[in-house]
Design a protein around this ligand. Structure first.
Ligand code: GLU
Length: 498
């Protein structure tokens, strides 16, 4: 028993490398990982690559990278000791052995039905209003092995199979709904059903935690366990993660999507989130709450805190919707927990790539001051390139809104007064910038009876091109005095006085 009162669980994540890794996949992996860690057990990564036609090059690497990045480390998997055991295509001999065992015990048989025959059977059943299923034609034919033969598993033809699911209780499946399923294909590869049952048994998996799209396959698995005389693991079928249209999230893109949906779908890709500078701990936290709750109102939690609190009875049984705004909120909350120095270190690669010539980037105090000034505007760290642009480049163009501020009556005098008040130093300290702004405001109040609202907005537009953002004092202290002067002069060309 672990310190939390559970026997150590052995769980697995068993992806097929057939597409891009999205957050729905990772949520399954996360829950399996959490249960293993909570109980002090082991988490296993197994690559289910027996459907050779659907394999996508690079998918396995992408998903392993995604798991590592999120911190979902595995105790056993393709890159650990005896690694090839965790890649199904490398273990055909073991599956063949079990298939032979099933053939010998009369639980399996060879079948040579052609696709054409199966199609006719299917059509006839549909015409009669029956559910399409294999008609078990070859069960009694006693065919022997031959090149194009497949092997089918003998399912009970009547009665019900009970599936006990930790989340859903006991579910009854009518056996008459199933034809005998293929367990070994004519290419010599096992099907998913056989390979996953053999591996879950051999790997001593205690809890099969997977998406509920696999629930209809589970009666086949239950019967396979029984035929082999093996004890079945516990099943935990997780409700789907859907998109905002409540559709299943797919690993492949549908071409018919709008540009807006395409952007939303991009946000489901781990590689995209990582590239945009989302924090792994925020995604971890967000995903954990996508179908689980800690039993309190707490929301922002570290992976360690979630491990301690994670139990299966707090999993939800209804589908969870992937919500970008909520993900962004989690990310911002986790960013708040980081110091300026930490955020600055994370932002640096983005800034260096975007502004390779910027000498300021080698000044860590300047970088931290920049981050302090703009951090509240970031949703993800990659936003720094856009939000901090003013610190590296003068405004290129002005929006109509910004231009309107430069063309206000007070603008020219505001810009001129600040320009004239600039000292001969290279750079202002924060205190100097503050004092300078105050004196400009006081002066304009006296000479032209201008309020702060008339003075500050045109100055901000002149320096950054934007009508909102960081404090003006911070902006003045981040730019060199020469740069401030130059930007004021350029903006003056847009004022009414020009
Ligand atoms: N290979 C299956 C998948 O890609 C795994 C299903 C299971 O976990 O049993 O989702």
């Amino acid at each position: 028993m672990s310190e939390h009162g559970f026997n150590p669980a052995r769980t697995r994540y068993a992806p097929s490398p057939t597409g891009r890794t999205h957050l729905g996949n990772l949520r399954t992996a996360l829950f399996a990982w959490l249960w293993a860690r909570h109980t002090g057990g082991q988490f296993i990564l197994r690559i289910e690559d027996t459907d050779r036609e659907r394999i996508v090059a690079g998918a396995q690497e992408e998903l392993m990278d995604a798991l590592r990045w999120l911190g979902l480390t595995w105790d056993e998997g393709p890159d650990t000791e005896n690694g090839s055991r965790y890649i199904q295509s490398h273990n055909l001999a073991r599956y063949h052995e079990v298939v032979q065992q099933l053939l010998d015990s009369g639980h399996a048989y060879y079948c040579d039905c052609s696709p054409e025959r199966l199609e006719i059977v299917r059509r006839t059943q549909q015409a009669r209003g029956q559910k399409p299923r294999y008609d078990n034609h070859c069960r009694k034919r006693a065919l022997s092995a031959a090149e194009h033969h497949v092997v089918r598993f003998v399912m009970p033809e009547s009665g019900t199979t009970l599936v006990r699911d930790v989340l859903r209780g006991t579910i009854h499946f009518e056996n008459a709904d199933h034809g005998d399923p293929i367990i070994l294909k004519s290419d010599g590869y096992p099907t998913y059903h056989l390979a996953s049952v053999v591996d879950d048994h051999d790997m001593r998996i205690t809890h099969v935690i997977r998406a509920d799209e696999w629930l209809p396959s589970t009666p086949i698995h239950v019967n396979l366990y029984a035929a082999l005389g093996w004890q079945a693991p516990q099943f935990v079928h997780l409700p789907l993660v859907t998109d905002h249209e409540r559709r299943k999230i797919k690993k492949r893109d549908d071409a018919e999507h709008s540009a807006e949906y395409a952007e939303y779908a991009e946000m489901l890709r781990v590689a995209t989130l990582r590239q945009r500078g989302y924090l792994p701990q925020a995604i971890f936290n967000y995903l954990a709450f996508l179908g689980w709750h800690p039993g309190s109102t707490e929301e922002i939690m570290t992976p360690e805190e979630i491990v301690v609190r994670f139990t299966l009875d707090r999993l939800s049984t209804s589908p969870a919707v992937f919500d970008v705004d909520r993900l962004n909120w989690f990310n911002q909350q986790h960013m708040k927990r980081l110091s300026n120095a930490e955020l600055s270190a994370l932002a640096m690669p983005y800034l260096r790539a975007a502004y390779p010539e910027a000498a300021q980037l080698s000044d860590s105090a300047w970088c931290e001051a920049l981050i302090a000034a703009i951090r509240d505007e970031l949703v993800a760290i990659g936003d720094v390139v856009k939000v901090a642009r003013f610190a590296f480049e003068p405004p290129q163009t002005f929006t109509p809104e910004a231009l309107a501020l430069l063309q206000a009556e007070s603008a020219a005098v505001a810009l001129n007064t600040l320009s004239a008040a600039l000292p001969q130093t290279l750079q202002l300290t924060h205190a100097e910038a503050e004092a300078l702004l105050k004196s400009v405001r006081d002066q304009l109040k006296q000479s032209h009876n201008l309020s702060g609202k008339q003075v500050l907005p045109p100055i901000r537009v002149a320096l950054t091109g934007a009508t909102g953002g960081a404090h003006l004092t911070d902006i003045l202290a981040l730019l060199s005095v020469a740069e401030v002067r130059e930007r004021l002069q350029r903006a003056l060309l847009h004022t009414l006085a020009a």
